[in-house]
Ligand binder design. Structure first.
Ligand SMILES: Nc1ncnc2c1ncn2[C@@H]1O[C@H](COP(=O)(O)OP(=O)(O)OP(=O)(O)O)[C@@H](O)[C@H]1O
Length: 277
C-alpha cells in the first residue's frame, strides 16, 4: 500500500500540492481527476522522487524509493532509430531487469508484429502501448500512468483501456491513472480522486453504475449513521461543513428515507459540481 502523509510542495511563487493524505491499496486502480495544472503530474513526480516535497511517501511502511515503480509520464523517451524490441531491451538492461519475456510482453500489448520497426515508424497508439509495456516490465508494485490515452483515436483508447483493465491489474500492484477522459477513467477505476489547485477535494468509490447521487441532508439531525458508514458515501468537499454528500452505490433505498434530497448526476455533472463550486 502507498501511504502519502502530509505531502506539501510549493515554489516561491505558488503552492503546488497542499496537505495531501492518501492511501492507495494493492489490487486497486485509482483514477486522478482534475483540471490542467491541478497537480496530478506533480503528485506522480513526488511518488517517483523526481521532485522535492515535504511529508512522507511510503510503500508498505518503507520509503517509496525502495519500491519498484513503473511509469508512463509526460512524453516517454524512446530512441527513434532503435526498433521497438531494441528499445525495450535497452530499458531492461539499464534497469537491471532479468528474465524478461519480451515476446510475451509485446504480444500482450499487441505490438509483437511491429517489434522490428523503428520507434519513429510506429503509430501513436503503438507508441502509447509500448510506453505502458515498458512501464510494467519487471512487474512493478506501483504503476503510474499519466494520461495513457492522450492523443489516441477511439479504437486506440479502447485497446489501452482493455489492456489496463485486463492485463495490468494484479492483487500485488497498485495502479494510479490520471486522465481528462471521464468516461475512460470511470470505466477503469475502483476509486476516483478529485484534485483541484493542489488539494484533494474528494474521493469516491466507483461502482461503474454510471450514475452518482448528490445527496443533501435536510438537517443535521438527519445524519443517519448507516448512511455515513456506507463505503459508497463521500463528502462532496472533504474539508467543508457542507451538508452535501456523494453517493455512488446503487441501492437507492438508502437515500429515499425522507431525510435526504438527492439528484442523479453523471460523472461529468459531478466533476463540474466539484470543480466549479
Ligand atoms: N518544476 C516546476 N516548477 C514550478 N512550477 C511547476 C513545476 N512543475 C509544475 N509546476 C506547476 O505546478 C502546477 C501543477 O502542475 P501539474 O503539471 O502537476 O498539473 P496537472 O494536473 O498534471 O496538469 P495537466 O492536466 O495539464 O497535465 C502547475 O501550476 C504548474 O505550472
Amino acid at each position: 500500500m502507498i501511504s502519502i502523509i502530509d505531502l506539501n510542495l510549493q515554489t516561491k511563487k505558488q503552492i503546488i500540492l497542499e496537505d495531501i493524505n492518501l492511501n492507495f491499496k494493492d489490487g486497486k486502480i485509482y483514477g486522478l481527476l482534475g483540471p490542467n495544472g491541478s497537480g496530478k503530474t506533480t503528485l506522480f513526480k513526488s511518488i517517483l522522487g523526481l521532485t522535492n516535497y515535504d511529508g512522507e511517501i511510503l510503500y508498505n511502511n518503507r520509503p517509496i524509493k525502495y519500491a519498484h515503480v513503473g511509469k508512463l509520464i509526460e512524453y516517454p523517451m524512446f530512441y527513434n532509430n532503435l526498433t521497438v524490441l531494441e528499445n525495450l531491451k535497452l530499458h531492461g538492461a539499464y534497469t537491471n531487469l532479468e528474465n524478461i519475456d519480451y515476446k510475451e510482453i509485446l504480444s500482450n500489448f499487441d505490438i509483437y508484429e511491429a517489434k522490428d520497426k523503428k520507434y519513429s515508424e510506429i503509430s501513436l497508439g503503438m507508441k502509447q502501448r509500448l510506453g505502458i509495456a515498458r512501464a510494467i516490465m519487471g512487474d512493478p508494485s506501483v504503476i503510474l500512468l499519466d494520461e495513457p490515452t492522450n492523443g489516441l483515436d477511439p479504437l486506440g483508447i479502447k485497446s489501452v483501456r482493455n489492456l489496463i483493465k485486463n492485463s495490468l491489474r494484479k492483487p500485488t500492484n497498485c495502479i494510479l491513472i490520471s486522465s481528462h477522459n471521464l468516461t475512460e477513467i470511470e470505466s477503469i477505476s475502483d476509486e476516483l480522486i478529485f484534485i483541484k489547485k493542489g488539494r484533494i477535494i474528494t474521493k469516491i468509490k466507483n461502482n461503474n453504475n454510471k450514475l452518482f447521487y448528490v445527496v443533501t441532508l435536510k438537517n443535521k439531525e438527519s445524519l443517519a449513521g448507516d448512511f455515513l458508514e456506507n463505503p459508497y458515501v463521500s463528502k462532496l468537499h472533504l474539508e467543508s461543513n457542507f451538508n452535501k454528500y456523494i453517493y455512488s452505490g446503487d441501492d437507492e433505498k438508502l437515500i429515499k428515507d425522507g431525510n435526504y434530497t438527492f439528484e442523479k448526476y453523471t460523472l461529468e455533472d459531478l466533476y463540474e459540481e466539484i470543480m466549479c463550486s
